[in-house]
Design a protein around this ligand. Structure first.
Ligand code: ADP
Ligand code: MG
Length: 241
């Protein structure tokens, strides 16, 4: 598939999420194209995780609309949302979320179990994609933090999701493992996967083609780091609100 070939994979319009008087998200409008790599930055409490959870079908907005891969999420029931989450989205978190008494391979197979039938060779191939085939039978306690995060990435990628959502994926990693994870993201990007990466780290954010900054639930800045397509003319970076 040619990266960036399609229109928007994700269309977010006037999205709000309130908790009493607190506006965790305040009328966010944002489109993400097929194959795009978008970074989301902003201070703690600015709404980044809330946004990822809504796009990842794990939370519902108070107002506004989210269209993901042509489907209006607000029109879907719980069962259909679960299906979209399993089939379209791969989620990567800062905390590793591995099941302690299962091996790396079994941790990947758990994700398959929810999707279809567990297939050991497929799970092993997913571990191979993140460079961990030889660690398949290790328990989480026998893996470094970086290796555990890569198992979680393998698990997120098992169903070849169109959209990968990563919420501070390198927050717990040292520089070497951060590089390995960013290289994996670059590979996914080359293969046409759409990536949204929340990060505190300006160097990680700069890997994306575009960066949006949230503050108090609003998009306050948008920066273009790279053209989405070779040859595309860069617009000047600047404030949007
Ligand atoms: P970030 O990921 O940018 O640090 P969050 O999206 O986690 O920010 O949170 C945005 C705001 O919403 C914060 O003020 C947070 O305290 C609040 N918030 C998030 N989840 C809840 C919840 N379940 N109940 C009440 N407030 C919440
Ligand atoms: Mg957060």
């Amino acid at each position: 598939m040619e990266p960036n070939a399609g229109g928007p994979l994700l269309e977010i319009a006037d999205l709000s999420k309130v908790y009493g008087p607190l506006k965790a998200l305040d009328q966010v409008t944002l489109n993400v194209d097929q194959g795009e790599w978008l970074s989301i930055v902003g201070p703690s409490g600015s709404g980044k995780t809330t946004l990822m959870n809504i796009v990842g079908c794990m939370d519902q907005p108070t107002a506004g609309a989210v269209r993901l891969d042509g489907r209006d999420l607000s029109a879907l029931g719980a069962k259909e949302l679960t299906q979209v989450r399993r089939e379209t989205v791969g989620l990567i978190f800062q905390k590793f979320h591995m099941i302690g008494h299962l091996t790396a391979l079994e941790n990947v197979m758990v994700a398959q179990y929810y999707h279809s039938l567990p297939d050991e060779s497929e799970a092993l191939a997913a571990l191979g994609r993140v460079g961990l085939a030889e660690r398949a039978t290790h328990l989480p306690s026998q893996l470094s933090g970086g290796e555990q995060q890569r198992v979680c990435i393998a698990r997120a990628l098992i169903n070849y999701p169109k959209l990968v959502l990563a919420d501070e994926p390198t927050g717990n990693l040292d520089a070497d493992n951060e590089r390995i994870v960013l290289d994996l993201f670059a590979q996914l990007h080359e293969q046409g996967t759409t990536l949204i990466v929340v990060t505190h780290d300006p160097a990680v954010a700069a890997q994306g083609e575009r960066e949006v900054r949230l503050d108090h639930g609003r998009i306050v800045q948008e920066i273009r780091h790279r053209a989405a397509r070779p040859g595309q003319v860069l617009k000047e970076a600047g404030h949007v609100a």
